[in-house]
Design a protein around this ligand. Structure first.
Ligand SMILES: [Zn+2]
Length: 423
């Protein structure tokens, strides 16, 4: 882990600021700048945890943060312990402990037995910048807290990072949601991750979301979430310019716009725009690019040398072919717009579903194909299967959409995410 000290900046600084805010330290602005007050909070945290109070987040302090970020502790039962007492000691709930330890017998704890104790804070933070490492840790934490979540790998990125999928539900109706084909549209990753966490939490207690019974949905539907299709691009956007890796420096050279990487970079690490790389009228897309003078790798709008030239798009296509999705949603930013067409190949019900999604979100339905007119994932899905596929563009303003819009974005999309599993 990167050492953080006075003057450090970046996504890991935001991460620990957000964490310290959540666990009772003096509330800080989550600004990604390790200033005096952040240092004071780190020193207080170190004192409370038996660490040397130097205000520097090195390996020993990271170890403790890491455990909190993963969201659980491993506890060895002592004589006389009860689940209730353990829950109190950790500021958590009996339900959370029972969920994380299927098969445990509450009134018959055995001294020396090892149990998982989830902390009383959420795992998915929504006021921070995302990186692959942060996503990876959240997924590891969620699958321990909620053992009924299944996690797998749909494929790898150019740089060998996992394209994770998360499976929720066990029903015959299969649907799939994905986020962050485009690097600087990464706010769509926490949108899906927060939904996963809330859904798992509701399922574990037999609860509901917006009046929909989650155990009922669990029996009807199986949802596959791919929260980050373009992890290399996300890291380029959010860690930049701190990376020493040559691949990142090659990528940065492709940016001839004079603008900072986060405001221009949509592509994968090789400069291919993944959502223009699918075999769905790719030639038409390619000709449009040539007319615009885009003939090679670039921060955005280059659809690759040929269709499916990238490991990320190959992974998405294979993953889709290996399932039987009744509906897919691809999340992008921005504009609060729902796209549902491709060359008139979509089924009639796509219109009805788009209208339903518009009604519950307040978003508008695009009547022209728009940005992703050819060679996008939803285009390819509609072309191949003739089933409902949607691109939903969340947020308003300039990319990257500031994370301050997250609460609105989540509110607007939560019912879409539920209904997508039911329509
Ligand atoms: Zn996009």
């Amino acid at each position: 882990m990167e050492t953080l000290t006075l003057g450090s900046t970046g996504p890991n600084v935001k991460l620990i600021q957000s964490l310290l805010n959540r666990i009772g330290y003096k509330i800080l602005q989550v600004d990604g700048v390790f200033g005096y007050q952040t240092q004071q909070n780190v020193i207080a945290f170190q004192r409370n945890n038996g660490l040397f109070p130097d205000g520097i987040v090195g390996p020993a302090t990271w170890n403790v943060f890491e455990k909190l970020l993963l969201g659980y502790d491993t506890y060895i039962v002592r004589p006389g312990d009860t689940i209730y007492n353990i829950a109190r000691k950790y500021y958590t709930t009996v339900d959370a402990i029972l969920t994380a330890n299927p098969g445990i017998i509450p009134n018959n704890l055995v001294a020396g037995q090892q149990i998982i104790v989830p902390f009383g804070i959420d795992i998915v933070f929504t006021d921070i910048d995302y990186t692959y490492e942060i996503l990876d840790r959240q997924i590891r934490g969620l699958r321990v807290r909620y053992p009924f979540i299944e996690v797998g790998i749909a494929g790898k990125s150019v740089m060998g990072k996992n394209l994770y999928f998360i499976r929720l539900g066990r029903g015959p109706r299969q649907v799939s949601y994905n986020a962050t084909h485009h690097a600087n549209e990464w706010i769509t990753t926490p949108l899906l991750m927060k939904f996963v966490e809330n859904f798992a939490k509701a399922y574990s207690v037999g609860g509901s979301i917006r009046g929909y019974s989650i155990p009922d949905i669990w029996r009807q539907t199986t949802l596959y979430v791919i929260p980050m299709v373009n992890p290399d691009g996300v890291d380029l956007v959010n860690y930049w310019p701190n990376y020493a890796d040559p691949a990142y420096n090659e990528a940065i050279k492709l940016n001839k716009t004079g603008l900072p990487i986060p405001s221009v970079w949509k592509a994968n690490i090789r400069g291919t725009d993944l959502n223009l790389n699918y075999p769905a009228e790719w030639d038409k897309e390619h000709n449009l690019e040539i007319q615009q003078g885009i003939i090679g790798p670039a921060p955005r709008d280059f659809g690759g040398p040929y269709p499916l030239s990238e490991p990320e798009t190959i992974s998405m296509v294979n993953f889709t072919k290996n399932h039987n999705f009744r509906l897919i949603i691809a999340y992008h930013t921005q504009g609060n717009v729902i796209y549902y067409q491709f060359e008139n190949l979509q089924p009639p019900e796509s219109t009805t579903i788009a209208q339903l999604f518009a009604k519950v979100s307040g978003y508008v339905i695009a009547e022209n194909p728009g940005e992703a007119s050819y060679a996008g994932y939803k285009d390819w899905f509609i072309q191949e299967y003739g089933k409902p596929g949607f691109t939903i563009e969340v947020g308003i303003g300039v990319n990257p959409i500031p994370v301050s819009q997250f609460p609105d974005i989540y509110q607007q999309n939560e019912e879409i995410l539920i209904l997508g599993m039911l329509v």
